[in-house]
Design a protein around this ligand. Sequence first.
Ligand code: HEM
Length: 517
Amino acid sequence: MSYATVGTVGAILITITYFIFKPKNQKLSFPPGPMSLPLVGNLFDMPQAREWEAYTKWGAKYGDVVHVSAFGHHIIVLNSFKAARDLLDLRSTKYSSRPYVPMLHDPELMDAGWSFTFMTYEDPRWKRHRRLFVEHFNASAVRSFEAQQLKGSHALLRSLLAHNEIGDLEEALRNTAAGIMMDITYGYDIKLKDDPFVEIATRAANEITQGISPSGFFVNLFPWMKYIPAWFPGGGYKHFAAQARKSGQELVDVPFAFLKQSIATGTARPSFASDALTDSADPVYVRDIKEISAAIYGGGADTTVGLIHACVLALILNPHAQQRAQEELDTVIGSPDSNLFRLPIHEDRDKLPYIDAILKEAIRWWQPVPTALPHATTEEDEYRGWHIPKGAIVMINAWGILHDEIAYPQPYQFRPERFLNGDGKVIDDPAVGLSFGSGRRICPGRPFAETALWIQIASLLAAFHLESPKDEDGNSVDITYAKNPKSGYLLHPPRFPCLIRPRSRLVVAKILEAAGS
Ligand code: HEM
């Protein structure tokens, strides 16, 4: 079926539906935004890539709350911290759902509603899953994962010892994140090459990322298309859906089966799933634990890789920040040339405010999820005299807000000093939290992510000089292109070459000792 046919049939159905169900008493206007056309709305204004840039331009033209629509779907883009807080936080009872995405949610398509990341607010499982997750991942509970985070950081340093020439930094970071997430969730040690669980998790995460795109599949715009059989023209996407449904079920079932087996043989290590599994044989509870466990990998692996990868890039491009961090580290863990040298541990954090400032600036400078995840309204609302309809999709333009040049002068420069006051203490800036979303759906993995990222940054800086390689004439290779993220739902810097040199021989010895080889 051609795009034009699908579009025309969809438009006719939506028009009929609109005139039948048109609200009779809507007097307020929508927030400002680009002029919309009959039927298709702003379809042709919708960015196909790098949405955050289009949202920022709309913000400059129409204000911090922008309305667009397409085929009857309303989208509200929030371009200021105030608007995000006013709506998603202070009116969270109305703004905490997720849009229903047919490809993702429909049980006959991908059936990925098992992940509480995508559950609607009304779904009773969401509250149960989120409560259980937060019990194990709140700021004090995540301290129990520090040993696994430290082990993961040491494994990263160990793998980067082989990276003294130009190596695959991204792969090393991906292995680290995968290793930590599988360890804390199931007590499972991944294989560095071709691990079967990591293969399932990566496949499932990639398919979900494709499925969630509103424009990636027509069925997301025109739900009636789900009735087209797979063999009929236009129904081919159902083969993808069937494959993705299978991957999702494998992600839920296969690593969990490993955990059950290790409990049965008495070899299970402490982990989220082994701790949460009580003696309860209640199948609903067991299903909850299985599904939350699978959601942990999806939420935590790719996001942390994007951020740490960008942070390494920023440190290479800003050698002064690296140097200042290493001077601070040396006063706490010993200089790399002295016998007192040791690798950092979490307990050092209070004494290393500059590393904290680097982490904060990395979170501001680079958002792995640049427009957060879409929220959806469960009731209609009025804000500053505008009408916000029930079922509207609400996006936070975190990238735009955190690159606003009034709030953050020279926003594209990486300057950790922004987050230090005159006494060298770390400044709290709640707007930076928008990288993790807002309101009741705010990322519940943030405390875990921040401690895992902090120890990785501190360990990398303690152990290595991070540099761009030299060309034949001895000049540094230009890697500034990597500051432009690849477009996508989760942002990663494009691969860039880098040189990772141990700071001393003693450092190498300490890494080998810590990594147990
Ligand atoms: C740099 C790291 C991370 C970033 C930038 C990030 C960002 C986000 C964002 C923007 C959201 C959507 C928030 C909203 O809708 O308002 C989210 C949700 C979520 N994140 Fe993270 N995240 C990170 C790490 C993690 C980690 C390590 C975990 C797990 C341990 C995790 C688990 C989740 C879950 C389960 C949700 C869904 C919450 C819900 O819908 O109720 N995230 N994250």
